[in-house]
Design a protein around this ligand. Sequence first.
Ligand code: SF4
Length: 547
Amino acid sequence: MSGTAFILDGYVDEPACLGVPPYISPYIRTVAGALLEHHFTVRYLTIDQLRKEPLRTADLNKADLLVMIAGVTVPGKYLGGTPVTLTEIQQVGHMVHGPRKLIGGPVGFGYAAEGGQQAIRQVISGFDALLAGEPAVALDNYLRGNDPAGLLDYTRTDPWSIAGSSVISQHPGYPFVMCELETARGCSHGATGGCSFCTEPFYGMPRYRGIAGIAAEVAALHTHGARHFRVGRQPDILAYGAGAGEYPAPEPAKVEALFSAIRAAAPDLKTLHIDNTNPATITRHEEKAREALRAIIRHHSSGDVAAFGMETADPAVVAANNLKANADEVFRAIEIVNEEGGKRRDNVPELLPGINFVCGLAGETEKTYELNEQFLDRVLKAGLSIRRVNIRQVMPFEGTPAFTSNTLGRHDRRFRQFKEFVRTRIDLPMLQMVFPIGTVLRDVLVEVSGDLSFGRQMGSYPILVGVPLRLPVRTVTDVVVVDWGMRSVTALPVPVRINELPASVLRWLPGIGKKKVAAVIAKRPFRDIEAYRKVAGKSAIDAVLQF
Ligand code: SF4
């Protein structure tokens, strides 16, 4: 079989893999490579493109093969795209006629519309086959006339990841595409069953991908224009290449070799970030973890985030769900990452922890929320920085203990109060600490245009930036922080041209506010900073003002 094959990207989000724009998941690239090996012409379409232009269905009808990749196994909120719904999957299955239709990815584990709902394994009608297991391997087996199933095998997928790297140029966001890089699959905590709610143990104990394969893929991606990378497809980057056991000690030399190889393979890269880091690895192996963190910091780009799956501060919930770390371990890990990564480069901290809470787990009571709040208060009072706090309700999957044992629906009011507490009492002071007024954020990419435009830097959990100006989508600009929202900052493009800005924007400037806008406008144009200061006084953004 050959001809034209469409990859329809319904997006994936798993505990250890993200593929919602601007991210592109490794599955897409290895599937593209497998298709190329079978002499298909590969075309790529996202579900958002199809929603916007339903007439593109005609292109799909003309293809010989359609491979859809989809599946969200952790609930999330996204600015860059909306993962495909089950209804849309069925619509594609029934409305696209012509090609053979295959579907793969974590959707095989089940589907739920949002957090707080059970994810049930669905019979997906309208497709010729479900690619079971590793999508690219299953696809290759199918195209060879075998069962559409297969297990991950890096000796097979590494060459496809190189060949398929060219697919990124078809991404609608290109060249602003974040390539999620795979370094491992499976979780060592699975040795004792894993955390009750997590789907990563479905992949078994960790298998680490070799540095040569990763570097070769990065070099190929770089050749095709990739400049933004996140080493995110693994449950714990500090355990890269580590030995056996539930909490293996980091091997800093391997982490150093991995990150230096990525740097060498992509000399013009702009973003190199990480994602999941197991706090228990840090506290149980402090010195080796510190060395591994330093290796990452030597090679990454600043503004990086080490995401900790904390889930709860309640020891009863930790025990009931076999969670990987308790509150004291997480607190110590926050201290250590602050010590190693708190220094600023390019105006932002090198590397800060991010914390995930999961609510609705077994053993949860009203007291759980009190303990969560006390924990965050303790972090704040200790002067420690956290880049972001992520709060979700569990999305229990069939086959995980949380599917039959959870407390969903029992503490909804307290859940909402906890969210409110974090937004008002924790997020704001953290933002003020991490992004003080006057912070210049480089290369913010505008994603939503309007009177208030929104953009983000390319990166791991980038801060949402609101700019009170109508800026075209895909504008890239440096901005200076002038205020904070709940989970965002307000910022202005730099340089800030005082003599040209409309009144609606002037009011955001520190030292001006609503009261002095009229005075500033009456005195414009200002010749220099001294003349301006006579009206507005000194401020933290003086260095980026232009007259
Ligand atoms: S440590 Fe727990 S949450 Fe993290 S990947 Fe393993 S099982 Fe999942």
